[in-house]
Design a protein. Sequence first.
Length: 133
Amino acid sequence: RFARRFEAELVCAFVVTGNYVVDEDALGGVTSRPVDADAEDWSEGAFDAGLLAELPRLLAVQPWSTRTLAGDPAEALARLADRLDAAMIVIGTHRPQHRRSLRDLLGASVGVHLAQRQHRPVVVVPLDPIGFG
């Protein structure tokens, strides 16, 4: 909805957190390697296949593309936004977990890290909102 409203291309990004960036192309895509050099079953990472299959149906009326990134999610998304001169960063939330502490939640929040460390607006879209009642 935001991309349509702003008449902008929607760039869907997936961050492989267990990898680090080796090279970055002009469009913000990366080549990466695992942090654990002894990892036997690593891959460069790929955009989630199930979601990738659904994107053409979900986004049929607007231009869109995907990028696979690596490293810290907040840093990777901010770097991509800089590279593409994005108007804003829109992120989703995780499914609620009953055993997470407030400290864990805030410490692990990509949205909080983005809001504190870069200059673009950050829009957080709830996955399954839980009402206050």
